[in-house]
Write a protein that binds this ligand. Sequence first.
Ligand SMILES: O=C(O)CCC(=O)C(=O)O
Length: 271
Amino acid sequence: MNHSANIQLNPSHRLNEDGVVLLKGVIPDHALKDVRPQYDHLDATLTRTEIVKDRPIIVFWRHVLGEQKRLGHFDEFPALWSLITDHIVPKLRQLFPERTKRMQLLETIIFNKPAETSNTLNWHQDVAYFPLSPNNQIAVWIPFEIVTAERGAMVYALGSHKLGIRGSTNLHTREKFANEDRDVIPDDPREIGLDVQCMEMTPNDMLVHDGYTWHYSGPNVIKGYTRRGLSVRFITEPAAFDPRPGQGAAFTKQIDIKPGEIVEGAPFPLL
Ligand SMILES: O=C(O)CCC(=O)C(=O)O
């Protein structure tokens, strides 16, 4: 297929067909201006690792083996809250009206790939790690700087969202989690006929993907260059808590209800 077709005429159609769409130039400079310095300040000072249950958390995740995730809060990162509520959510509502009637914040992560020491975040599907039923989400991904294949760009298997749920694996090693009985994503999705697309981007661009779409990111091998990417995931319909082994995302520890009950409350606000 012609990969440039993914860069977009009808975003809603592309998201339905490919499970991912690259939107060029949709985030204005002023929306990101304060996000970078506030991120850098927190990245340099943040040590918190405990997970609170009274508000959403922001996961600071460096792709370096052995690094522990740190957890920020929106009251200390107001520019990020504005980016989400004033820019990301309205843009999603404008371009994907059918999928965004209900937008509930599930998870916010900033992935940081330091130069030369970062590693690959292997093929995965977000929903495999989420204890939700139904398990329907959309996610956005926004770079804070230019990303290229050598700088840890996101890579997607187009159409993979139509192939159902897959098993969860260790993102660094691809090892299956204990008790995982679901089929896992193949080492190379091209072997089963899927097209694979590397999404090179500039900071005003935004990726939108379906929670079922397979993706990975390689290391950042460019000396002196950091690669920061924001991912925000939204639940798009009421979802019940449905835990299973292999679901260790930080937000799962904010869930304080019994299986079968609806996930809601302060950590997961409706937007
Ligand atoms: O930023 C990255 O490298 C990985 C992001 C990712 O896998 C995700 O947003 O689900």
